[in-house]
Design a protein around this ligand. Structure first.
Ligand code: HEC
Length: 152
C-alpha cells in the first residue's frame, strides 16, 4: 500500500469515527445501501417463498440457512434510513418514514421480531411451524410496504 493512500485511509477512518457514521454518509450512499440489503433479503426470501408454496422441494436446512440470513439483515436496515435520505438517488421510500419515525421503527421492530421467530422455527424440524412463521414475516414486509414504500 502506498504511504499516501494509507494516510488518506487513516484520515477517512478518523473522520468517520469523530463525525459519527450517519453524519458522514451521503444520502445516495444510504439509499443504495438499504436497497442492497433489501435485495439480499429478497434473494433469500424468494426461494423460501417457493418452498412454502410447494413450487420448490422442501429443504429444511436450506430454509433455515436463509431464514437466519433474513433475520441478520433485518437488524441492519434501520441505519440505512438516516434523516435526509428521502432524496438523493432513485428511491421508493416515502417521506412519511421521516415524519412518523416512531411508527416506522415499530414496523421495523415487528419485522425483526418476526424474522427472529422465523429463524428459530426454521432451525427446528417442524415444517408447519416454519411455514407459519414465514407467513408472519411476509405480513411484516407487506405491512411496512403498504404504508412506507411507493408503488413502482
Ligand atoms: C419497516 C419497513 C419495511 C419492512 C419491514 C420491509 N421493507 Fe422492503 N422496503 C421498504 C422501503 C421503505 C423500501 C424502499 C427503499 C428505497 O427505495 O429507498 C423497500 C424496498 C424493498 C425492495 C426493493 C429494493 C429496491 O432496490 O428498490 C425489496 C425487494 C424489498 N423491500 C423486500 C422486502 C422484503 C422481502 C421484506 C420482508 C422480508 C421487506 N422488504 C420488509 C420498507 C420495508
Amino acid at each position: 500500500m502506498r504511504p499516501a493512500f494509507a494516510a488518506a485511509m487513516l484520515a477517512t477512518a478518523g473522520f468517520v469515527l469523530s463525525a459519527g457514521v450517519t453524519a458522514a454518509v451521503k444520502p445516495e450512499t444510504a439509499i443504495h445501501y438499504r436497497q442492497g440489503v433489501y435485495h439480499a433479503i429478497a434473494w433469500n426470501f424468494a426461494p423460501m417463498n417457493a418452498m412454502v408454496r410447494g413450487k420448490q422441494p422442501w429443504d429444511q436446512a436450506d430454509f433455515a440457512r436463509r431464514a437466519a440470513r433474513v433475520a441478520f439483515y433485518s437488524q441492519q436496515l434501520l441505519e440505512g434510513f438516516p434523516p435526509g435520505s428521502d432524496a438523493g438517488a432513485k428511491t421508493d421510500a416515502k417521506p412519511a418514514i421521516w415524519q412518523n419515525t416512531a411508527d416506522f421503527k415499530a414496523k421495523m421492530q415487528a419485522f425483526q421480531d418476526a424474522s427472529a421467530d422465523l429463524a428459530k422455527a426454521a432451525a427446528g424440524s417442524d415444517v408447519e411451524a416454519s411455514k407459519q412463521a414465514f407467513a408472519k414475516t411476509a405480513e411484516a414486509c407487506k405491512s411496512c410496504h403498504e404504508k412506507y414504500r411507493a408503488e413502482d
